[in-house]
Design a protein around this ligand. Structure first.
Ligand code: TRP
Length: 337
């Protein structure tokens, strides 16, 4: 069927989630949330703050509550429209935990043991290898399958979890008939991988102990410019992309992502200029781009009643859809509803 012939209801369904970790970097922004706001027209989208997933590592309850609200406000500030997309908080829809129970009974211990994120996280948090950390991918499968999502925009690190969801779909559909849609990953455009400013061989991360390594979307303008000024670069000169110029290459990626300019245009623009000039230019472009997100975020955080209205309605809309799947599965399993 051609694109124009599709009715709004027939658009593919997209679901994605982000954990409420209290801070989003320009890497998260470019790699996830900005893309989400751009696909709202094309698909029927659901976006969720994955606060249940967050508690697989120990959380301070007050901080989690605050980060959940801020994360929600950040989605809206980045251009996700709660009228067009369904934007909700995972814990407000009990169907996620309910479907997860059913899916737990169709997921093998061996499958979950092979998840690389589980292996990494159980090494990192070796004093708290809880059952939630182990079954985290089953909850993620429930998130996706409840809404019969066709597409799941995630970073490559979540690919294995989406694959597992597909395996669960095949298994459950084989047993119960066609209860679930098989989801596929939707990767953001290539080139959006943003590296640390103080070690351009490492991915930019909000858990970097050195805050100079990352730029947060809510960093003040002068902090952003300072961080770019102190970005690590090699001792050469000239603005162009090369394997031995990881720092400059990363700055070019960032500049290009925020301005839409190609490498050729950037090279021409900075011909004869030094690293210092380029760093300031990148800092200014990033600061200008995040300024409207920051002011919208501050407005939203000052209007808690509006946020509450949005997430309450979001959860209601989400539940209206997910109830059908939950009920169908529960009936097929023989649970009394
Ligand atoms: N696990 C994802 C992450 O940490 C977040 C997430 C939770 C998610 N549920 C989801 C992503 C469902 C896509 C679909 O990045």
């Amino acid at each position: 069927m051609s694109e124009q012939m599709q009715t709004p209801e027939k658009k593919p369904i997209v679901l994605s989630g982000i954990q409420p970790s209290g801070l989003i970097t320009i890497g998260n922004y470019l790699g996830a949330v900005k893309n989400w706001s751009e696909i709202q027209e094309k698909y029927n989208c659901l976006f969720m703050i994955a606060n249940l997933h967050a508690t697989t590592v120990r959380q301070d309850p007050a901080a989690l509550r605050r980060n959940t609200l801020e994360g929600y406000a950040m989605l809206l500030a980045c251009g996700i429209d709660p009228e067009r997309s369904i934007v909700f908080i995972q814990s407000q829809n009990p169907h996620h935990a309910e479907l997860m129970w059913a899916l737990n009974c169709f997921t093998q211990f061996g499958e979950l043991s092979r998840m690389t994120q589980f292996k990494d996280k159980s090494a990192k948090y070796s004093d708290n290898i809880n059952a939630g950390l182990f079954t985290y991918p089953v909850l993620m499968a429930a998130d996706i399958l409840l809404y019969q999502a066709n597409l799941v925009p995630v970073g490559a690190d979540q690919n294995q979890h989406v694959e597992l969801a597909r395996d669960i779909v095949k298994r459950v559909n084989g047993i119960m008939g066609n209860v679930f849609t098989e989801p596929e990953c939707l990767f953001p455009k290539a080139g959006a991988k943003i590296m640390s400013l103080n070690d351009p061989t490492k991915k930019m991360s909000k858990s970097d102990p050195n805050p100079k390594g990352y730029v947060a979307v809510l960093d003040p303008r002068d902090t952003i410019i300072k961080k770019f000024k102190s970005a690590v670069t090699d001792s050469g000169s000239g603005i162009y992309r090369a394997d031995d110029k990881a720092g400059i290459s990363n700055l070019m990626t960032i500049y290009s992502a925020f301005t839409g300019k190609t490498d050729e245009q950037i090279v021409a623009e900075f011909e004869g200029k030094g690293y210092g000039d380029f760093k300031v230019a990148v800092g200014e472009v990033v600061a200008d781009a995040v300024a409207p997100v920051q002011s919208r975020f501050n407005e939203l955080m000052a209007d808690k009643a509006y946020l509450e209205k949005c997430y309450t309605e979001g959860a209601e809309k989400a539940m209206r859809i997910s109830r059908r799947t939950r009920d169908k599965v529960y009936k097929k399993m023989g649970f009394t509803l």
